[in-house]
Design a protein around this ligand. Structure first.
Ligand code: SAM
Ligand code: DTB
Ligand code: SF4
Length: 338
């Protein structure tokens, strides 16, 4: 469990709030609550498990851009869609470490490296391992998202000192065929199991605003919460509409649907970090403040996500300052990430 938890981690399994037997009806009932009742519940749980005035800051870097063979219908990097993105080679180690150092200097606690791969090859991992080691040596928590992972590959990343692996469910199992056809929901769950079994912390969430219904959002959160362990990090992405992809013309997501998804995630996985992931460029300050009240306690920090813009660091700093939030210390600062 994250070192930032307020309660004794050994007490977590005996904790009635940490459940793995959620039903879809229960999750849908949470979504259906009057907003104030849902927010009150979520904020109360946030306060039991975390300092409510701390926000975890993760910086993203796309170390391998574009040219991906997968057909994920939301993605700028799929070679199946003409999104205007130019494919690039895997970045050089020194460039990655320079970006990580800049992120650390700007106040990030975690550095997440993404690659537009279906799954990494061994020779890819030969290049990723020194990146993990180098970023960790800078005193940052490390996260990578490289696609599907075999058990032995997960072990190799664990040995390199990797803290988190990001692999999202993206949506509900029912809606999933509308989004991706080149890998199954079962493939995703298998990767998550390989990561968990290797002892790497799991970062897993999804995307809201791809035409799914509230029952799909509820269903995805049930799958996440009923995993053998709650993911340590739960990124909730608002779809960033990418020209050329099948979801480019999707209707605008209602703000409160996003806020409710954050709040239900907080209620169902109270000891996990819940992140306002992609989509903050479209959110005004009040919406972001509401998400933070609804139980979110993590953001992507830095002016770029993978291929699309994110608010500038100084804008985020100003907003967090105005709201009285402090950056959460990374486990490295507390001496447990060496
Ligand atoms: N290729 C790897 C994979 O698919 O696992 C790693 C990178 S992938 C881009 C990571 C996650 O980012 C996706 O699973 C999806 O949830 C999220 N994502 C990608 N494009 C997005 C978009 N346009 N809007 C919102 N979230 C997006
Ligand atoms: C996650 O859940 N969201 C991040 C990260 N994990 C890798 C990615 C967001 C991508 C947004 C679209 C883009 O920049 O291409
Ligand atoms: Fe490739 Fe990942 Fe984008 Fe899917 S989400 S197309 S696997 S980069």
């Amino acid at each position: 469990m994250a070192t930032q938890l307020r309660i004794d981690p050994s007490a977590v399994s005996a904790d009635p709030h940490i459940r793995h037997d959620w039903t879809k009806a229960e999750a849908e009932a949470l979504f259906a609550l009057p907003l104030n009742d849902l927010l009150f519940k979520a904020q109360g749980l946030l306060r039991q498990y975390f300092d409510p005035n701390e926000v975890q800051l993760s910086t993203l870097l796309n170390v391998k851009t574009g040219g991906c063979p997968e057909d994920c219908g939301y993605c700028a990097q799929s070679s199946r869609y003409d999104t205007g993105l130019k494919a690039e080679k895997l970045m050089a180690l020194d460039e990655v470490l320079a970006a990580a150092k800049a992120a650390k200097d700007a106040g990030a606690g975690r550095f997440c490296m993404g690659a537009a791969w279906r799954s990494p090859k061994e020779r890819d991992l030969d290049r990723i391992v020194p990146m993990i080691e180098g970023v960790k040596a800078l005193g940052l928590e490390t996260c990578v998202t490289l696609g599907m992972l075999e058990a032995a590959q997960a072990e190799r990343l664990k040995d390199a000192g990797l803290d988190y692996y990001n692999h999202n469910l993206d949506t509900s199992e029912e809606y999933y065929p509308q989004v991706v056809s080149t890998r199954t929901y079962g493939d995703r769950l298998e990767t998550l199991a390989n990561v968990r079994d290797a002892g790497i912390k799991v970062c897993c969430g999804g995307i809201i605003g791809m035409g799914e219904g509230e029952h799909d959002r509820a269903s995805m959160l049930v799958t996440l919460a009923n995993l053998p362990q709650h993911p340590d990090s739960v990124p909730i992405n608002a779809l960033v509409k990418i020209e050329g992809t099948p979801f480019a013309a999707e209707a605008k997501l209602d703000t409160f649907d996003f806020v409710r998804t954050i709040a239900v995630a907080r209620v169902m996985m109270p000891a996990s970090m819940v992140r306002i992931a992609a989509g903050r460029m479209e959110m005004d300050e009040a919406t972001q403040a509401l998400c933070l009240f609804a139980g979110a306690n993590s953001i992507f920090y830095g002016d770029k996500l993978l291929t699309t813009p994110n608010p500038e660091g100084n804008e985020d700093e100003a907003l967090l300052d105005k709201l009285g939030f402090k950056p959460m210390a990374s486990s490295c600062d507390k001496g447990s990430c060496a």
